[in-house]
Ligand binder design. Structure first.
Ligand code: SF4
Length: 318
């Protein structure tokens, strides 16, 4: 049984942050510096080149399936996060892995499931630079692994160009950066992080391009779901992204919130009751993904064509 432990040096609302008070603006609401939280989290989930993992497994993502290491700890507290409680309860039980051990586990699962794809997920993999670079070195040495997907919120990469430069050395690396919001205010509301840190993921994209990673970079955004992003915010997000690279707007992987049970708990705690939650045993995940968002989109009439047209107008006039 894992026990919730505080993150030394982190804001109070992160110490028992299974409920995110900042999201409701209620008592105890406060924002935090994600870089400071990353440093505080690193002190708990990393020791030397080791990092704490909650488990290793396999999912069917990325078409071919992907072997996944679930890291403990993140420096954001997203409203729609599906991660296990180990995202916040970083001091609980876990498995300490050196880079070689983590890579070996990933390779073993990838071989077993006949995929060449591996990734680290659930927390923020860029916390613990020494460990991540070590895992990437191990991955490069292992012929059966074809691609390492780095799923990141981009805050640490946007703050440290040397980190991006170090990552660019690894040919098997593929970066998937997830944008959370289109304005500083929405960013703070959805992640709990300070408005000043809103620019970090966009800066990370600039740095990744500067260091030659644009062909191995995909950008995702929680921008297809009208329950969490109004049309104005969505257009502002697309415009901000277009300032980095207009092509990224066209290639943007727009996502709906997946109503995973952990997400539902966080949303309910933050005062977002989700309606029309269809639960069909064995099929619930697919029903949620395939039907529920489509109905909501139909009601809100969000149109990518109109949003892109708005971006064009913002830049070139009507
Ligand atoms: S969605 Fe990702 S970045 Fe946000 S809190 Fe969860 S793990 Fe961290």
């Amino acid at each position: 049984m894992s026990v919730a432990q505080p993150v030394p040096g982190a804001p109070d609302d992160l110490r028992t942050a299974s409920v995110c008070h900042h999201l409701t603006g209620g008592e105890g609401a406060r924002v935090f510096d994600p870089l400071e939280v990353a440093r505080a989290t690193e002190r708990v989930v990393c020791r030397g080149n080791q990092r704490k993992y909650s488990r290793f497994g396999f999912t069917r993502d990325y078409h071919y399936g992907v072997a996944t290491g679930y890291v403990v700890g993140c420096n954001l507290r997203c409203l729609f996060c599906w991660a296990a409680p180990t995202r916040d309860n970083v001091g609980g039980e876990g498995r300490w892995c050196e880079p070689a051990e983590a890579a070996e586990e990933l390779e073993r699962i990838a071989r077993q499931r006949r995929t060449g794809f591996v990734r680290l997920s659930e927390g923020e993999p860029t916390i613990g630079r020494e460990h991540l670079l070590g895992v990437l070195e191990e991955v490069e040495r292992r012929a059966s692994i074809r691609r390492f997907v780095l799923e990141t919120n981009g805050t640490l990469l946007g703050a440290e160009e040397s980190y991006v430069a170090a990552l660019a050395r690894f040919p098997k690396l593929w970066v998937r950066l997830a944008l959370k919001a289109g304005t500083p205010e929405a960013w703070t509301h959805k992640t709990g992080a300070s408005p000043e840190s809103f620019a970090l993921p966009f800066e990370a994209l600039r740095l990744l391009r500067r260091h030659g990673l644009q062909s191995r970079l995909s950008v995702a955004a929680m921008s297809r779901d009208p329950r969490f992003m109004g049309q104005h915010e969505r257009v502002l997000l697309l415009a901000e992204l277009a300032r980095v690279d207009p092509q990224m707007v066209l290639d943007l992987n727009e996502e709906m919130v997946v109503t995973h049970p952990a997400t539902m708990r966080r949303l309910a705690a933050a005062g977002y009751p989700l309606k029309r939650y269809i639960r069909v045993p064995g099929l619930w995940r697919w029903v949620q993904v395939a039907y529920r968002p489509a109905g909501l989109l139909g009601r809100k009439h969000i149109s990518l064509r109109h949003s892109l047209s708005a971006v064009k107008n913002l830049f070139f006039g009507t």
